[in-house]
Design a protein around this ligand. Structure first.
Ligand SMILES: *Cc1c(COP(=O)(O)O)cnc(C)c1O
Length: 397
């Protein structure tokens, strides 16, 4: 018999009652060091006092009003994002997928208004993840997500990740846009080298194609800059943001230049919940805390600290791990043993990680994880690796 909850997830048999910083407390009382952060969502850890305060204060005033009215909390957050990024304008959503949908619509409308309605091809990349809507699965194109859901929305072309020659050959004056994650998350923590992102920007400039960056996972301070593309010194035309920006409250944002957004006039897009006062109030506190240069410098320092420990872990368990990848606090352990075994052994050792494609274990800790928790995490990851190595040598013997 089907479960009351639609069984679309493979869930670990573990439930939590509360969270404190980098820790989750299970319903049975056990404490787990959380290196998954709800997949990069709890960017400031669990129950951050400033977020709890903002949420409860706003909850006593106003939760929701329709976008038929002005929403000052939304205007404030938009102004903060415009001030801190390339963008001139922002649309708020409740998730990452919705930002993918709007990005696709914005690109199509842009070329329609420019008198090129047939210019619809959006180039995307193998291993990409942009969400689970019909548009977003067509964009990413992987069989795992699209099988059985056809016919898929047309207008996407997937290229190999990080193959500049393939890109140079594919991108033409008929390309509408290129959509890419500066660091692939679900794809296995695969950073696009800065030189590739720069080259991509140049190709877009030469052909007029719009550059759409999906920073839903790698943005909001995760790599040690407010947004990952800042490392390459380039700017996109459109950027998708979600996950960390709400610190746990469902919130997303599509950022764009005035030019890229020029087709999106009154009546062309909307959302009932998007940009509600509660979400935007929380988002403003998150943006204020994370965009502080001192906070971002700490993310980079903590990233280097944990990376050094992980390099030692990999060196100590060459049969279990192959390498460390990623940037800042968006890290991946490429495994030799099955990544699912590592994640499971981690649970047993009291440390929570997330599997990704390419046999990678993802580490996405809270951006403010204390150094002491980093040291404890490394100990627990070492225990998990020993358990996996022991199990496989027992099996081999
Ligand atoms: C999670 C994710 C999405 C989808 O976000 P949802 O909030 O799950 O809809 C899109 N792009 C990237 C890069 C993501 O990591």
């Amino acid at each position: 018999m089907i479960s009351p909850v639609l069984p679309t997830y493979n869930r670990t048999p573990l439930a939590f009652e509360r969270g404190e910083g980098s820790w989750l407390v299970a319903t049975g009382g056990e404490r787990y060091l959380d290196l998954g952060s709800g997949i990069a969502v709890n960017a400031l850890g669990h129950a951050h006092p400033a977020l709890v305060q903002t949420l409860t204060e706003q909850a006593q005033k106003l939760w929701h009003v329709s976008n038929v009215y002005q929403i000052p909390e939304q205007e404030r957050l938009a102004a903060m994002l415009v001030e801190r990024t390339f963008a001139d304008t922002v649309f708020f959503t409740n998730s990452g997928t919705e930002t993918a949908e709007l990005a696709i619509k914005m690109v199509r409308k842009y070329w329609y208004e420019k008198g090129q309605p047939d210019r619809i091809e959006i180039i995307t990349f193998e291993g990409a993840f942009h969400g689970r809507s019909t548009g977003a699965i067509a964009a990413a194109g992987s069989e795992k997500m699209t099988k059985g859901f056809g016919p898929l929305m047309p207008g996407f072309r997937q290229l190999p990740f990080g193959d500049h020659e393939a890109l140079r050959a594919a991108i033409t004056e008929r390309t509408a846009a290129v959509m890419i994650e500066p660091v692939q998350g679900e794809g296995g923590i695969r950073p696009l080298p800065d030189a590739c992102l720069k080259g991509l920007r140049d190709l877009c400039d030469q052909t007029g194609a719009l550059l759409v960056l999906d920073e839903v996972q790698c943005g909001m301070g995760r790599t040690g800059r407010l947004f990952a593309h800042e490392w390459a010194g380039i700017e996109p035309d459109i950027m998708m943001v979600a996950k960390g920006i709400g610190g746990g409250f469902p919130l997303g944002a599509l950022l764009a230049t005035e030019e890229a957004a020029s087709g999106m006039t009154a009546g062309t897009h909307g959302s009932t919940y998007g940009g509600n006062p509660l979400g935007c109030a929380v988002g403003a506190t998150v943006v204020e805390l994370i965009s502080d240069p001192a906070f971002l410098a700490e993310v980079a320092r903590k990233g280097a600290l944990i990376r050094q420990g992980l390099e030692g872990l990999v060196a100590g368990h060459p049969d279990v791990f192959e390498e460390v990848r990623g940037q800042g606090l968006m890290l991946g352990l490429k495994c030799r043993a099955p990544n699912a075994d590592l994640v499971k052994a981690g649970v047993a050792a009291g440390v929570l990680t997330v599997a990704a494609a390419d046999n990678v274990v993802r580490l996405l800790p809270a951006l403010n994880i204390p150094d002491a928790d980093i040291a404890e995490a490394l100990k627990r990851l070492d225990a998990a690796a020993r358990a996996v190595a022991g199990a496989s040598s027992a099996h081999a013997g």
